[in-house]
Design a protein around this ligand. Structure first.
Ligand code: SF4
Length: 425
């Protein structure tokens, strides 16, 4: 977000942030009006993510260079911009990067890295602009060629946030070059760089709606700012400490473990807006829209959290009314040779993600025999997703811990994946 001749200038990042969380847009507006200071980017996890994002972008850049494309690198032209994920947000973009991007497009450079687009109140900084030929009867301001945007995203699959950003670049490109790109591309964080094409037309209606929604929001912000409801994006949002503190100060219902947003939306009209209110709700109280079973579960969860807070020590209760045949009930009767594994993983480590052994123990010793995987073993435990490979990986991991004999004596070894309540034989 930036000031553009008295108006609020917007970017692809602003649009995707608005899509994720309207509260964030109100905070960004407050920063723009100097009513708030943006928090720093010091937390470690966020910096690691940024670092990985930059490394992935460098891989995609190398991918284009390896194919012999002529690349115009404009990243140095943008050094005056903030370095966080809201790269275009604070400062009115300098004219130079915009002019240099336009000049590179006119020259017909194959790939433009970190170009700068600007149209009306909107700015955008696609990771890559890739040249393609104009299909008749379309015409481009640049003659026989035009550009399509490519964004490097570390994710393994397309996310709505990334698609909305690309749509913004497409919109700006359409205005700049006089022809709308029919495709936009995502270079995902897969082992091999293989940009995935998306059809612009499939997303344009939704994009137009989101864009006009954001423009209307910033032109006339709501008198009462939207509540900082927890969303997936909070995990990487700069504002998380502020929002977390607000929820705690409010004793917000979202603090109840396992409660859903839908359940909260049913409780609030019934006057239950705080954890303590849910914890002390009378057992006979009914709440419209929530069945008795789920209501009992979240009420009891709130109660035990409330008791823990009041007593100053963690409280727990054993569940007696669990679902038969689910969760830990899936485990067979204990027998000699049983092994207990705790596996840790990192989907973005190395090239293709990593699963590695954290700890293993057997029922006799209950002693951990775990150790970090070596690089050789890492290769052996790379995730492939196929059941047969999964079994092999499991056996491979078992053998790493000196428990090979136990597995040999249990040829019907079964792995139970309790997180997803699935079994693999
Ligand atoms: S931390 Fe979450 S709720 Fe707060 S602004 Fe960010 S995305 Fe919104």
């Amino acid at each position: 977000m930036h000031r553009n001749e008295g108006n609020v200038g917007l970017s692809a990042t602003d649009l995707s942030s608005f899509f994720e969380c309207e509260h964030r847009t109100t905070l960004d507006l407050a920063v723009l009006d100097r009513r708030l200071t943006r928090p720093g980017t010091s937390d470690l996890e966020r910096r690691i993510l940024e670092h990985r994002g930059r490394k992935h972008e460098a891989r995609v850049l190398q991918f284009y260079k390896d194919q012999g494309f002529k690349v115009e690198d404009l990243s140095a032209a943008n050094t005056e911009q903030p370095e966080d994920d809201a790269r275009e947000r604070l400062i009115e973009p300098a004219a130079d990067p915009t002019r240099r991007t336009l000049a590179a497009m006119e020259q017909g450079v194959d790939v433009i890295y970190q170009g700068h687009l600007r149209h009306g109140n909107w700015v955008g900084r696609p990771d890559f602009l890739v040249r393609t030929e104009v299909q008749s009867p379309q015409t481009s301001r640049f003659g026989d060629h035009m550009y399509e945007p490519v964004d490097a995203k570390l994710a393994r699959e397309e996310k709505a946030r990334a698609v909305l950003q690309l749509c913004t670049y497409v919109d700006e490109l359409g205005a700049i070059q006089g022809v709308l790109p029919a495709r936009m591309w995502l270079a995902l964080g897969t082992t091999e760089i293989e940009p995935v094409a998306l059809n612009t037309a499939d997303y344009s209606a939704y994009f137009n709606r989101a864009k006009s929604g954001l423009e209307a929001f910033v032109a006339d912000p709501p008198r009462i700012a939207p509540y900082p409801e927890p969303v997936e994006y909070c995990d990487v949002c700069q504002w998380w400490q502020r929002c977390e503190a607000r929820r705690r100060a409010d004793d917000h219902l979202s603090l109840v473990a396992g409660i859903t947003r839908r359940q909260r939306s049913k409780l609030e009209p019934a006057g239950v807006t705080q954890l303590v209110q849910l914890a002390t709700l009378h057992k006979s109280t009914e709440v419209r829209g929530i069945e008795d079973g789920p209501l009992t579960r979240i009420r009891e969860q709130a109660r035990i959290q409330h008791e823990g807070r009041s007593s100053g020590k963690p409280c727990y209760e054993l569940l007696r009314d669990f679902d038969p045949g689910a969760g830990l009930e899936l485990l067979p009767e204990p027998k000699p040779g049983d092994l207990f594994l705790d596996l840790e993983g990192d989907a973005f480590a190395l090239d293709g993600g990593l699963e590695y052994l954290s700890a293993c123990s057997n029922s006799a010793s209950l002693r951990s025999t775990g150790r970090p995987a070596t690089s050789q073993e890492r290769l052996a435990t790379r995730h492939t997703g196929r059941p047969t490979a999964r079994r092999k990986r499991l056996r491979s991991k078992l053998s790493l811990t000196g428990s090979r004999r136990a597995v040999r004596s249990s040829p019907t070894c079964t792995s139970f994946t309790l997180a997803t309540v699935k079994t693999t034989r």
